[in-house]
Write a protein that binds this ligand. Structure first.
Ligand code: NAD
Length: 418
């Protein structure tokens, strides 16, 4: 009988690591430590629901590596999460932080739940109990959570308050992505879209794109896609198509983003916008645009459609929007990809600024934050680009190679305890 062997998310993460380890010639001893996660905590905890019944939820917090500093990574609330996925995402955070030069290791957390089906009170109880369960791992010097899919600034405020109640004083640096009122940072909400915008502009320069008004298609108008659309337009590009989970809209002359946002608020989606034609998400991906920004979900550009992508540049706003089989096809066709590991790193970079501001209790103006974000993310882009050109590898492998080398250096110089 044939046995189905599906590659798990963590196995895919390990394969990406192995490819980078091959590029830098990492020793077997060094590989062995970095291929596994350092700590994995599974928690089962009860929450009293509004109707009086008790529901037991399952959650996780995983730290992949802490050689370069405290662990950093988001918390996801989603029905389809498991330990394997959390381990994969924790490993990605280690490489993401190292790729952009932040003094952090990588972590991730999750609770298997559908937040849209919980009342506000249930969500708060779940969050406070989960934060208590993982409190043996988290803290400002140890492991600093942040929002991810299904979580938001309010949830971060509850986690910060729970940690603070246990400590007897306010510990604002215990999480990032908080509301500004409780130690959050200016510019944090827009940071992933802003970082993606800065890198798109650098890549267009590098590629010598000489069109007067480069065109852009953006899949997903959530936190990342919406700010990227606004900031790319401000930078002089023309956004011709955007989408949400229900469909896309297209206008070759450029979309009126303010009118579209009004339409979206009223209708609950972009489809049916009067000043544009409706398309499917699949059609949006294959439009003849200069820049394609997938900013929705994973596995959108695959081995199947990579041959039909007509964009010159892909800025991978969403994590893993480009599937592993698509990378070589895009590379061979000369489509330049700014990989997720740096394309959306603006989020974790400004989270780092938030943590620094909380620790020193001194807060910066938004302009200063944006300037610092620009410096950190463009420096990382050119370091990765040089590695890519020198070693003749694509940008993703180059980013991984640089990141793995940095973590391996830290691990080696620290040595093995005892
Ligand atoms: P979001 O929930 O705010 O927005 C997601 C958007 O994608 C929505 O417009 C939704 O309608 C659309 N969408 C959902 N499923 C779709 C589908 N199948 N096809 C087309 N569109 C679909 O999410 P976000 O915070 O903007 O995150 C988007 C991606 O960026 C995720 O991969 C996330 O992990 C990544 N990311 C987010 C941040 C952040 O700080 N928000 C940071 C780094 C990475």
């Amino acid at each position: 009988m044939a046995v189905e062997t599906r590659t798990s998310a963590f196995q895919t993460a390990q394969r990406r690591f192995d490819a980078a380890a091959d590029v830098i010639g990492l020793s077997d001893d060094a590989r062995a430590g970095l291929r596994e996660v350092k700590r994995e905590l599974t928690v089962h905890f009860p929450v009293r629901m509004d109707g009086g019944s008790v529901h037991v939820f399952t959650g996780w917090r995983v730290q992949h590596n802490i050689s370069r500093g405290p662990a950093k990574g988001g918390i996801r609330y989603h029905p389809n999460v498991d330990l394997d996925l959390v381990k994969a995402m924790a490993m990605l955070m280690t490489w993401k932080c190292a790729a952009v030069g932040l003094p952090y290791g990588g972590a991730k957390g999750a609770v298997a739940c559908d937040p849209s089906k919980l009342s506000l009170g249930e969500l708060e109880h779940l969050t406070r109990r989960y934060a208590t369960e993982i409190s043996i791992l988290i803290g400002p010097e140890k492991d600093i959570p942040a929002p991810d899919m299904g979580t938001n600034p309010q949830i971060m405020a509850w986690i910060m308050d729970t940690v603070s109640m246990h400590s007897g004083h306010s510990v604002t640096a215990s999480v990032t992505g908080k509301p500004v009122d409780v130690g959050g940072s200016e510019g944090r909400n827009e940071a992933p879209g802003r970082g993606a915008t800065y890198l798109t502009l650098e890549a267009l320069k590098y590629l010598h794109v000489e069109e007067e008004t480069p065109t852009v298609a953006i899949q997903g108008v959530g936190q990342v896609g919406r700010s990227a659309a606004r900031l790319l337009t401000e930078a002089g590009l023309r956004v011709v198509a955007v989408s949400d989970s229900r469909g896309a809209v297209y206008n070759a002359k450029g979309l009126d983003l303010a009118a579209l946002e009004e339409h979206r608020q009223v209708r609950g989606g972009v489809s049916g916008f009067k000043k544009a034609e409706n398309l499917s998400n699949e059609e949006l991906l294959e439009l003849p645009v200069t820049v394609l920004v997938p900013a929705a979900v994973q596995d959108q550009i695959t081995g199947e459609n990579a041959g039909r992508i007509r964009a010159r540049l892909i800025t991978e706003g969403a994590n893993a929007a480009v599937a592993p089989e698509a990378d070589p096809i895009l590379h061979d066709r000369g489509v330049f990809v700014i990989p997720d590991i740096i394309a959306n790193a603006g989020g974790v970079i400004v989270s780092y600024f938030e943590w620094v501001q909380d620790l020193q209790a001194f807060f910066w103006e938004e302009e200063e934050i944006n300037t610092k974000l620009h410096h950190v993310i463009t420096r990382a882009f050119y370091e990765i680009l040089h590695t890519s050109v020198n070693k003749r590898i694509d940008m993703r492998l180059a980013a991984y190679a640089l990141a793995v080398q940095r973590v391996a250096n830290a691990t080696t110089v620290r040595g093995i305890y005892p």
